[in-house]
Ligand binder design. Structure first.
Ligand code: MG
Length: 387
């Protein structure tokens, strides 16, 4: 591999689940990738370890105090930035070729836009950015001629299956594991606690997305994400439960053919593909052993028991600020569930109530999006306090 250009990678959210797995991918291919920047919220000790190991040029930490602590240690060796401004600044770091957006939540909007503006290749692992501000982000990417490569496993799968078949596309099929409570009764769902919700059967992910997977909101957010990435009407974006998470998604073509992407459920595969696209290399993930795979099961998602999926379709179809509001209310509700303030089943109810109170605006710009996001967070917080 000598003589090949090294790709300079910047990771926003390096101490999170996707960030750590991205670093494992980079460790496997040190001759191809170099880490030029890291950004995290407040996990100082892990971030310090990463700084020691990868020696980045710049580091952004959202939390001011954490940033000062790190500055003390490294003094002038590294450029430190803090707050949301720091995230935006590091996202446009001149040395970076590709920016992995792996922060959690709508906080990803501004750094994603900054990276696009700076002509970086985007590996997008943050679906909330597209849910909350998809039109703005996609329009900016189009204007700048920037390819957004999805890291979300379903969208990576579709991105790969769709290639060359775009004009024959009939539907896309997002697969869902159904989460840990797929077979729970309504009564059992009432008793779900954070510890239970954080044990996903197939995927190793951060707490927010793991709870979203359990409510099926994750799949709902992915439907909206797919709408923006692939430009299909909501009627053509289907969801299918495939509980082993072996089929990562499928495209259905006009002649009745289905193209599916299969593999072990390991996020390092789609992360690496986003880094190496359009090429492929060996990955740190295991190979899929079909002989030991007993069966692959399919089922329709149960939107009665898991209303979040239907709420997301609804929000997507209404469009404008409604998906922003759905996402913001969900972020607040999930956080409160994780802190033991509300029941598992209240997450979807809160989101639904906030949506019912919202008067969506059709035409959006960044100010309108942030106002709607802010309004929805306050409304969700108020509703939770009144429970
Ligand atoms: Mg996914």
């Amino acid at each position: 591999m000598t003589g090949e250009k090294i790709t300079n990678v910047l990771i926003l959210g390096s101490t999170g689940s996707i960030g750590k797995q991205a670093l494992e991918v980079i460790d496997k291919h040190t001759e191809k990738f170099r880490v030029v920047g890291l950004a995290a919220r407040d996990e100082v000790s892990l971030l310090a370890e990463q700084i020691e190991k990868y020696k980045p040029l710049a580091v952004a930490v959202s939390d001011d105090r954490a940033c000062r602590q790190l500055k003390e240690i490294y003094k002038h060796k590294i450029a430190f930035m803090s707050g949301i401004e720091g995230l935006q600044e590091i996202a446009s770091l001149p040395e970076a070729d590709i920016v992995l957006i792996a922060v959690s939540g709508a906080i990803g909007i501004l750094p994603t836009l900054a990276a696009i503006e700076a002509n970086k290749k985007i590996a997008l692992a943050n679906k909330e950015t597209l849910v909350a501000a998809g039109e703005i982000v996609m329009a900016k990417a189009y204007e700048k001629g920037i390819l957004i490569i999805p890291v979300d496993s379903e969208h990576s799968a579709i991105f790969q299956c769709i290639k060359g078949e775009e004009k024959y596309l009939k539907n896309i099929w997002l697969t869902a594991s159904g989460g840990p409570f797929r077979d729970f009764s309504r009564e059992e769902l009432e008793k779900v606690n954070p510890g239970m919700a954080l044990r996903h059967p197939n995927w190793a992910m951060g707490p927010k997305i793991t709870v979203d997977s359990a409510t099926l909101m994750n799949k709902g957010l992915e439907v909206i994400e797919a709408y923006h990435l692939f430009g299909l009407d909501y009627d053509r974006i289907k969801v299918l439960v495939q509980k082993e998470s072996i089929i990562h998604s499928m495209v259905e073509l006009v002649d009745g053919s289905f193209l599916a992407h299969l593999g072990v459920p390991d996020m390092r595969i789609p992360i690496q593909y986003a880094f190496t696209y359009p090429e492929r290399f060996e990955s740190p993930a295991q190979n899929l052993d079909f002989a030991t795979l007993a069966s692959i099961n399919f089922a329709r998602p149960d939107t009665e028991k898991f209303p979040a999926l239907a709420l997301a379709y609804n929000a997507g179809r209404i469009g404008g600020t409604m998906p922003t509001v759905l996402n913001a209310a969900n972020e607040v509700a999930v956080n409160c569930f994780l802190n033991g303030k509300i029941k598992f089943t209240a997450i979807s109810s809160i989101v639904e109530e906030v949506m019912l109170k919202h008067r969506p605006e059709k035409e959006v710009d960044l100010d309108i999006i942030f106002n709607a996001d802010d309004w929805a967070r306050k409304m969700a917080t108020e509703l939770i306090l009144s429970i």
